[in-house]
Design a protein around this ligand. Structure first.
Ligand code: UDP
Length: 435
């Protein structure tokens, strides 16, 4: 009798697009290929969530979602880091999660709880309810390897990691200097640092999970791309929450102009913190166009398009006119570029992005601009790196393009019917159905 009731997976999700998007792809595979029902429980702080709601409202009917009651952050200062905010959103939602989970366990056939890497506080509750529990990691295998190594490093090195004399050598990974560790490691007294020590054990490599087959939304930037020569446009975006300082925004604009290359730039209003509240809302509060250098839009008309709203990134990356991507190296953006074979300029801002950038550079699928002593990339450097990537005949640009093309094929193989990722997901699904 029980077997006739479809098995249900509960997924506890971080309310930011960078987490929500891959988790949705994961859920889609579970419902379409393995006949599960999925329910997302979403802790939140009541921030505007327009972009997320749009995405959630377009879900297939076997995926349900429910926002938990918003937590209160009146006691937090405005400059608290994004990671700390996310951790607290989870820990302060535990009592409402308990109520929701208990209810679902009694009314449906819940077979597992999946959390993303911020949600491990819910594991005690899962154990209490005898629910198998898993972490869905929205970042790279290198990031995971780093986490597994961290307790050892914490026990053997007592200073701040940025001062570590030797880089950390993770198996099979590029040596990693302390300054490139994930943000919460840059201050060991930080609340987010403690959260990094949660245990992660049995591993299933099911990625890359990116959105596919999105219908064209007829947006202005896709129409503009249709009119550009093949492989000629550099796409520039710092993800859902990445922002530049006012000075850096000016340098980037002038650098792009000096490069004389075609570009499509998703611009956000400047801010002095690299990730801010827009991580959750994915929308600038002020008009970003007001911060561009005077006359920039007129002078670059024809070769550049600047937009300030959410863009259909998958469609841009799969468009024949797109020849490069200047990215903050968020893991979704990275995977989306790899799947579509688009070579990169890595410009990391926060979270684990420096780690991602170092790896992509080492794999020769990304170029990296030099930051000056004030942490800025100057206009000349920007013009140079953009020209190097986009120039059809230069050796360096060619190497990066070819390497990315190779990686694209490797990725297609792991995702094919008999590929390792497909098989890995089958294994987990089988385990959940037959505990
Ligand atoms: N994205 C998009 N349009 C935008 C900005 C972002 O579709 O205008 C998507 C992008 O394709 C990716 C996700 O949002 O799937 C951003 O995730 P990522 O891990 O790259 O960065 P984060 O936003 O988490 O820093």
């Amino acid at each position: 009798m029980e077997d006739e009731i479809p098995p249900q997976i509960i997924v506890l999700v971080t309310p930011g697009m960078g987490h929500l998007i891959p988790v949705i792809e994961f859920a889609k595979r579970l419902i379409f290929h393995h006949d599960f029902l999925v329910t997302f429980l979403i802790p939140n702080d009541g921030s505007p969530i327009k972009a997320q709601e749009k995405l959630l409202n377009s879900l297939p009917k076997s995926i349900n979602y429910m926002f938990l009651p918003p937590v209160n952050f009146d006691d937090l200062s405005d400059d608290v880091e994004v990671e700390t905010r996310i951790c607290l959103t989870f820990s302060r939602s535990l009592s409402s999660l308990r109520v929701a989970l208990k209810d679902m366990v009694t009314t449906s056939r819940v077979v597992a709880l999946v959390v993303d890497s911020f949600g491990t506080d819910a594991f005690d509750l899962a154990e209490e309810l005898h629910l198998p529990h898993y972490i869905f990691i929205t970042s790279s295998a290198m990031w995971l390897s780093f986490h597994l190594e961290l307790p050892k490093l914490d026990a053997t090195y007592s200073g701040e990691y940025k001062d570590m004399p030797e880089p950390l050598k993770l198996p099979g990974c590029v040596p990693l200097h302390g300054v490139n560790f994930v943000d919460p490691c840059q201050d060991r007294k930080n609340e987010g640092y403690k959260w990094l020590f949660k245990r992660k054990t049995q591993i299933y490599a099911v990625g890359p999970l990116i959105r596919t087959g999105e219908a064209s939304d007829g947006s202005e930037c896709l129409k503009w791309l249709d009119d550009q020569p093949g492989g000629s446009v550099l796409f520039i975006s710092f993800g859902s929450g990445g922002t530049l300082s006012n000075e850096q925004l000016t340098e980037l604009a002038i650098g792009l102009e000096m490069s004389e290359q075609r570009f499509l730039w998703v611009v956000r209003s400047p801010s002095d913190t690299a990730a801010n509240a827009i991580y959750f809302s994915a929308q600038s509060v002020k008009d970003p166009f007001d911060f561009l250098p005077k006359g920039f839009l007129e002078r670059t008309k024809g070769i550049g398009l600047v937009v300030s709203s959410w863009v259909p990134q998958i469609q841009i990356l799969s468009h024949g006119s797109t020849g490069g991507f200047l990215t903050h190296c968020g893991w979704n953006s990275t995977l989306e570029s790899i799947v579509h074979g688009v070579p990169l300029i890595g410009w990391p801002l926060y979270a684990e992005q420096k780690m991602n950038a170092v790896m992509l550079y080492d794999m020769k699928v990304a170029l990296m601009p030099q930051f000056d002593e004030n942490g800025l990339v100057r206009r000349k450097e920007i013009a140079q790196v953009v020209k190097t990537l986009m120039d059809g005949n230069g050796k360096e640009g060619m190497t990066v393009r070819n390497k990315m093309e190779e990686l694209k094929h490797t990725t297609a193989a792991v995702l094919s019917e008999n590929g390792s990722s497909t098989k890995s997901l089958c294994k987990v699904a089988l385990k959940w159905k037959n505990p």
